[in-house]
Design a protein around this ligand. Structure first.
Ligand SMILES: NC(=O)c1ccc[n+]([C@@H]2O[C@H](COP(=O)([O-])OP(=O)(O)OC[C@H]3O[C@@H](n4cnc5c(N)ncnc54)[C@H](OP(=O)(O)O)[C@@H]3O)[C@@H](O)[C@H]2O)c1
Length: 246
């Protein structure tokens, strides 16, 4: 009998999540992705399963828990993120915290201790340099970071583990298109725009290029290879965003 390696990527319908789903599938995992959009709006390969689950819905905790219990994945990556508008009202802030921090905490606090599962919660270097536009998002990710430590404590002595993969600015399609447009307007190369973006975005960055999605995929696989040794681990692939002190 073959031991099927089953993975679930929550927020796997686009961006880094979709890339991770397709790469895990190529690497032999039986993968299920979730998102809000219909499957026809994704670029997921045919052999991947897909489920529409809205993490902002009242039923989100129940829906995701039921889904996890039926799937029993060896790896779960919580990649979903809600990005607020520039001036979010209180109701929007609540949704952002719910999707980014509270729903994953409630679901995994219930699910993980009885499971054999590595749970990687994707975080963001925005927690190190919040400003007026990123503050609500950054605060929700900081909450997720702290709650992931609480999850790791719940996993102690079990066959599950909770680890953080904290990422810096990703080399995604959106930024590539944006840099090309700016490069054309300013008669620069996209690489020059990328370097200028990184220098301006955070003076602590020690990288000249955005974080490669393939490096993120490899880091997720590294974390799952570590098994329960990765419980409580904070793995940063963020270009040195926090500077020298943290
Ligand atoms: N992009 C970056 O430069 C960057 C930098 C640092 C850290 N990160 C972190 O990396 C992860 C991926 O970022 P990304 O930019 O690739 O994200 P993205 O392209 O915006 O994708 C986010 C995913 O979350 C899902 N999602 C959003 N709201 C949801 C909801 N209410 N219910 C269910 N699913 C929902 C989306 O599904 P639908 O689109 O189908 O709704 C999508 O699959 C995030 O955790 C982010 O915080 C990203």
């Amino acid at each position: 009998m073959t031991d099927v390696r089953r993975a679930l990527v929550v927020g796997g319908s686009r961006g880094f999540g979709a890339r991770l789903v397709n790469r895990l599938s190529e690497n032999g995992w039986a993968v299920t992705a979730t998102g809000r959009r219909p499957r026809s709006d994704t670029s997921l390969v045919d052999r991947v399963d897909y489920e529409q689950i809205d993490l902002a819905a009242d039923t989100a905790v129940r829906d995701l828990l039921e889904f996890l219990r039926s799937l029993r994945p060896r790896l779960v990556v919580f990649n979903a993120a809600a990005y607020p508008t520039a001036e979010p009202d209180l109701a929007e802030c609540e949704v952002v915290f719910r999707v980014n921090a509270l729903v994953p905490h409630h679901v995994f606090a219930d699910y993980l201790p009885g499971a054999e599962c590595t749970c990687v919660l994707i975080n963001s270097d925005s927690i190190y340099h919040a400003n007026r536009t990123s503050g609500v998002y950054a605060a929700s990710k900081a909450a997720l970071r702290v709650l992931t430590s609480a999850l790791a404590d719940r996993c102690r002595g079990s066959r599950a583990c909770a680890a953080t993969l904290l990422l810096g600015p990703l080399a995604d399609e959106r930024k590539a298109k944006q840099f090309e447009r700016i490069a054309q307007q300013r008669q620069m190369t996209p690489e020059e725009v990328e370097k200028a973006f990184l220098r301006r975005a955070n003076p602590s960055y020690v990288v000249d290029s955005l974080i490669d999605l393939e490096a993120c995929v490899r880091t997720v696989e590294y974390l799952v290879d570590l098994g329960t040794q990765a419980n409580g681990m904070l793995c940063r692939l963020d270009g040195g965003s926090a500077g020298s002190l943290l």
